[in-house]
Design a protein around this ligand. Structure first.
Ligand SMILES: C[S@@+](CC[C@H](N)C(=O)[O-])C[C@H]1O[C@@H](n2cnc3c(N)ncnc32)[C@H](O)[C@@H]1O
Length: 366
C-alpha cells in the first residue's frame, strides 16, 4: 500500500512535470488512497509545502548535485529537502523513508544528497531564494511593500487558517470584510459581477438583498449555483461576461466587482500560483480589470455604490485604475484590519492572518 510520502511524491511529479494544479491533484489522489486522516493531512502538508518552497529546496539540494538527475528524482530530492529544512520531521525519518521510495539504482545517490542537506548549514544567496519566490515577484513585492514585503512573504509560505462563517461556509476573513463593505440591505438589488465560487454573493444575500451573481466560465457559474443551493441562499446565478453584461444601465443599487487578479496576496492558498504567474499576466489582468470597472460602473444607479476588490496587494491592479467618471470615492474606514492605500484600503497577510487584499468603494453621483 502507498505511504503518505509515496502519494506525496506521485502528486508532486504531476505538479512538477505536467503542470497539474496542486489543489486538484491532492484531493484526487487522496480519494483513491486508503490513508487515514492523519496521513492525509501529512500528504497535503508535504505536497503544498514542497511546492511553495520549491526554489529553496532546489537551492539546498543543488549544493551537492553534480549532474542533473532524472525529473522524478529531482522531485524526490525536493520532497526530502522540504522535510529536512521546513517540516517538523525527524531527520532519520525524512532521509530513510524518502530514500526508500527511490528506485534501487538511485537510492545511494538520494541518500548521499539528503544526508549532506541534513548536515551542511545553508547560507542563502538572497531573500527570494530563501523564501522561495521568483526573483521578479520578490522585487515587485519589495517595491510595493517596502519593509512589509518580508513578513508578507513569510506569512504566505504558511498554510491559511480555516475560518468558517455562521452559515457554515469557509471563507477568508478579509473576503468577509469585502462582502460586508458593500453594505447590502434588505430588498437592495445587488450585482456580484465575478462571483464564483460564490463566497461574497452568498454572504451579501444573508442581508435579505436580492443578489444577482454572474461569472464568465460556465463551470464556475455552476460552482456558485451549487453553493447557493447548499446554503439555501437567495441568489440568481447567470453565466455572463462582465465586460458586456446582459443588464440595463443603472439598474443596481450596489455592484461588487471582485475582479480576476494575479492573486499575489493569496499565495498561501494556491501553492503553485507563484510559479505560474508572469509579469505579462499582471499587465493583461490590469487591462481586463479596467474594462470590467467601466462596464460595472454603467450598471450602478445614481446614488448607488460600486465596490472593487482584488486579492493582490499591488497598485497596478487596484489604486492605479482611474476613478470611474461620475463617481466619487467613499472614504470612511471599512470594518476590518485595513490600512489606508491612497483612495482605497489594503490588508497585508501578516496584519491579521488573512489574505492580502485591496478594497476601493465608489458612489455614483446622484
Ligand atoms: C476573484 S474570483 C471571484 C471570487 C468570488 N467573488 C468569491 O468571493 O467567491 C474572480 C472570478 O472572475 C471570473 N471572471 C474572469 N473574467 C471574467 C469576466 N470577463 N466576466 C465575469 N467573470 C469573470 C473568474 O471566472 C473568477 O471566478
Amino acid at each position: 500500500m502507498a505511504t503518505a510520502r509515496g502519494v506525496a511524491w506521485h502528486a508532486l511529479q504531476r505538479i512538477d512535470q505536467q503542470g497539474a494544479y496542486a489543489n486538484l491533484v491532492v484531493p484526487g489522489l487522496l480519494a483513491g488512497s486508503r490513508l487515514d486522516e492523519r496521513d492525509r493531512g501529512f500528504v497535503t502538508e508535504l505536497v503544498y509545502g514542497t511546492t511553495r518552497m520549491r526554489r529553496a529546496c532546489d537551492a539546498l539540494v543543488d549544493r551537492f548535485v553534480m549532474k542533473e538527475p532524472a525529473p522524478e528524482i529531482r522531485t524526490l530530492l525536493r520532497l526530502g529537502a522540504y522535510q529536512l529544512a521546513f517540516a517538523d520531521v525527524a531527520t532519520h525519518a525524512a532521509v530513510g523513508e524518502t530514500v526508500e521510495l527511490a528506485p534501487k539504482r538511485s537510492r545511494g545517490f538520494v541518500n548521499a544528497i539528503l544526508r549532506n542537506v541534513s548536515r551542511a548549514p545553508m547560507i542563502w544567496p538572497d531573500e527570494a531564494t530563501e523564501l522561495s519566490y521568483p526573483q521578479w515577484m520578490a522585487v515587485l513585492l519589495h517595491a510595493e511593500l517596502g519593509d512589509d514585503a518580508r513578513p508578507a512573504m513569510e506569512r504566505m509560505n504558511r498554510p491559511p487558517p480555516v475560518t468558517v462563517r455562521d452559515d457554515g461556509y469557509t471563507q477568508d476573513r478579509a473576503s468577509q470584510w469585502v462582502a460586508a463593505s458593500v453594505r447590502a440591505r434588505r430588498d437592495d438589488r445587488v450585482l456580484d459581477v465575478c462571483a464564483a465560487p460564490g463566497g461574497k454573493a452568498t454572504a451579501m444575500a444573508g442581508s435579505g438583498a436580492h443578489v444577482v451573481a454572474t461569472d464568465l466560465a460556465p463551470a464556475r457559474a455552476g460552482l456558485v449555483h451549487a453553493n447557493v443551493k447548499k446554503l439555501g441562499a437567495r441568489v440568481d446565478v447567470v453565466c455572463a461576461d462582465g465586460t458586456a453584461p446582459p443588464f440595463a444601465p443603472a439598474t443596481f443599487d450596489k455592484v461588487l466587482l471582485d475582479a480576476p487578479c494575479s492573486g499575489l496576496g493569496a499565495l498561501r492558498r494556491r501553492p503553485d500560483a507563484r510559479w505560474r504567474i508572469t509579469p505579462g499576466d499582471i499587465d493583461e489582468l490590469a487591462s481586463l480589470q479596467r474594462r470590467l470597472i467601466d462596464a460595472s460602473a454603467e450598471l450602478v444607479r445614481p446614488g448607488g455604490v460600486l465596490v472593487y476588490s482584488v486579492c493582490t496587494v499591488t497598485a497596478v491592479e487596484s489604486v492605479d485604475h482611474p476613478v470611474p467618471a461620475g463617481f466619487e470615492v467613499i472614504d470612511d474606514e471599512p470594518a476590518g484590519t485595513w490600512r489606508r492605500f491612497r483612495h482605497g484600503w489594503r490588508v497585508l497577510p501578516h496584519d491579521d492572518d488573512t489574505d492580502g487584499m485591496v478594497l476601493i468603494r465608489y458612489r455614483r453621483q446622484a
